[in-house]
Design a binder for this molecule. Structure first.
Ligand SMILES: [Mn+2]
Length: 410
C-alpha cells in the first residue's frame, strides 16, 4: 500500500504582493503526475491547503481541479485535514460532492467524517470517529486507518475534550498532555498489524522553523513532544513546518514533515521542496522523498561591489528571485538600481547599505542634506518607492525626541 504525503500547499499565497498562482498551477500538475507514476493508493494532505480563510476564487478552483484529478474517479483515496491557515468550514463545504469521489476532508478535531461505500472498485470510508477514518481502497486488500487530527487550536481542543471526555485529567492545562491524551484514546481504534497512521498539523518540539510559519500561534507553548505520538502508528504524517524533515517518535515510528511545495519566503531560500511516498509492507512504513521542480527558486545574498553584483546576476535565470543586500563604500549613481532592475526582472529586492566606517559616512553627515532628505533618499533607495508620509512624520518625531541625536534637524 502506497500513500503520497504532502502538506502546506498555501494556495493563494503571495510573496510581498507578487502572485505565485502560475507556480502553484505548475506544482499541482507535478503532484498529480507523481501520484500517477507512483501508482499511489491514496493521498494525504496534512493541512494548510489554502493560505487564508478567504482564498481567491482562482485558488479554490485550482484546489477542486486538483482534488478531482487526484481522486481518479473514486479509485484513489484523498484525505485532507485543515491546517491553521484553512477555514475548517470552507474546507468541508464541498464534502457532499467530495464523498462521491472518495475524498474526505476534516475541518475540526471534533468532526466525525461521514461513511460512504460505492462498491468494491471504489474507495470506501467504512468506519469513522472524531478525527478518525478507516478506508478501504480498491487496489489494496488491507484497510488503512488514519487518526487524522486537524489543527488542534487551544479552543478546538477544549471543545473536543469537553464533548467527548469527562476525565478531569484530560482537561489538564498542558497542551502537549491534552493532544497526546486524545491521540492515545483514538489510537485504540487502530487494527494491530495493519496499516495505521497519524496525520496532523501542529508544531512538534525540536522541529526547525522558518519565517513562513512564525506568524501563526502554533509554536512555543503550543508544541507537542515527538514522544506524544502513539507507537502503534506505522507513520506520522505532519504538516505546518515548511522545511521537510524527519524525526523519530516512540519505538522508531517515523514522524515526518513533508514540507511546503514551493519556497514561500526568503527564509526558505535554498530549501529543496518535495513530497513523500509512504509504503506500508508490514505495520511499519518506509518512505521515499520525491523532489518537486516546479516554481521559482528564491535566493538571498550579499554583494560588496556592483561588479560582484552584476557578475552573479549574469549567471541567474529568469525563473529565480533574488533578495540582495549591496554593501558599498561610495554612493551609487542615482539611476543605477533602476536601470539594473529593468535589465534583471529577477531582482526581487536590492537593499543598499553603506559601510559606516568609511569616508562616505563622514561626507554624508556633513553633507547639505537635512535629516528628512536623507531619510527620504534612504527609503527611496531601499524600497524603490517614495517614503510614506506617516512613516516620515513618525521618523521625525522619534528623531526630535532623541536629544542626543547628533544629526538633529538644523
Ligand atoms: Mn501551518
Amino acid at each position: 500500500m502506497r500513500i503520497l504525503h504532502t502538506a502546506d500547499w498555501h494556495l493563494g499565497r503571495r510573496l510581498d504582493g507578487r502572485s505565485r498562482h502560475e507556480e502553484q498551477v505548475a506544482v499541482m500538475d507535478e503532484i498529480v503526475k507523481i501520484a500517477e507514476e507512483e501508482a499511489v493508493d491514496g493521498i494525504l494532505i496534512a493541512g494548510d491547503v489554502f493560505d487564508t480563510y478567504n482564498p481567491p476564487a482562482e485558488s479554490e478552483a485550482l484546489f477542486y481541479r486538483t482534488m478531482t484529478r487526484l481522486a481518479d474517479g473514486g479509485r484513489r483515496a484523498v484525505l485532507v485535514i485543515a491546517g491553521n491557515h484553512d477555514s475548517p468550514d470552507r474546507l468541508i463545504a464541498s464534502n457532499p460532492y467530495a464523498r462521491a469521489l472518495g475524498i474526505t476532508t476534516i475541518g475540526y478535531p471534533k468532526d466525525t467524517p461521514a461513511l460512504y461505500d460505492a462498491g468494491s472498485d471504489r474507495v470506501a470510508c467504512v468506519e469513522s470517529a472524531p478525527s478518525f477514518v478507516r478506508l478501504r481502497m480498491p487496489r489494496s486488500n488491507r484497510p488503512l486507518s488514519v487518526l487524522a487530527l486537524p489543527y488542534p487550536s487551544e479552543s478546538r481542543l477544549r471543545e473536543l475534550l469537553t464533548v467527548d471526555f469527562s476525565d478531569e485529567e484530560r482537561l489538564s492545562s498542558d497542551y502537549n498532555q491534552r493532544v497526546s491524551g486524545f491521540l492515545e484514546e483514538q489510537a485504540r481504534r487502530f487494527i494491530p498489524g495493519e496499516a495505521n497512521m497519524v496525520a496532523t498539523h501542529l508544531f512538534v518540539r525540536g522541529g526547525e522553523q522558518s519565517d513562513s510559519e512564525r506568524d501563526v500561534s502554533v509554536g512555543g507553548a503550543y508544541a507537542v513532544n515527538a514522544s506524544s505520538f502513539p507507537h502503534t502508528a506505522g507513520y506520522v504524517a505532519l504538516g505546518h513546518l515548511h522545511r521537510e524533515q524527519s524525526m523519530t517518535a516512540r519505538q522508531e515510528t517515523p514522524l515526518r514533515y513533508s514540507g511546503s511545495i514551493l519556497q514561500y519566503s526568503f527564509s526558505e531560500a535554498g530549501q529543496e521542496k518535495s513530497v513523500t511516498v509512504v509504503e506500508f509492507e508490514g505495520p511499519r512504513a518506509a518512505h521515499r522523498i520525491i523532489p518537486l521542480s516546479a516554481g521559482r527558486r528564491l535566493h538571498r545574498w550579499t554583494a560588496s561591489s556592483t561588479a560582484q553584483l552584476e557578475e552573479r546576476l549574469a549567471r541567474s535565470t529568469s525563473n529565480d528571485w533574488h533578495n540582495i543586500t549591496l554593501e558599498l563604500d561610495a554612493p551609487l549613481p542615482l539611476d543605477y538600481l533602476h536601470t539594473l532592475k529593468s535589465r534583471h526582472p529577477e531582482i526581487f529586492q536590492c537593499l543598499t547599505l553603506y559601510n559606516s566606517s568609511s569616508d562616505v559616512a563622514e561626507n554624508r553627515s556633513s553633507s547639505a542634506l537635512t535629516l528628512e532628505e536623507q531619510f527620504r533618499a534612504f527609503v527611496a533607495m531601499s524600497f524603490s518607492e517614495p517614503c510614506n508620509e506617516s512613516v516620515m512624520r513618525l521618523f521625525l518625531e522619534l528623531a526630535a525626541s532623541n536629544e542626543t541625536q547628533p544629526d538633529a534637524e538644523p
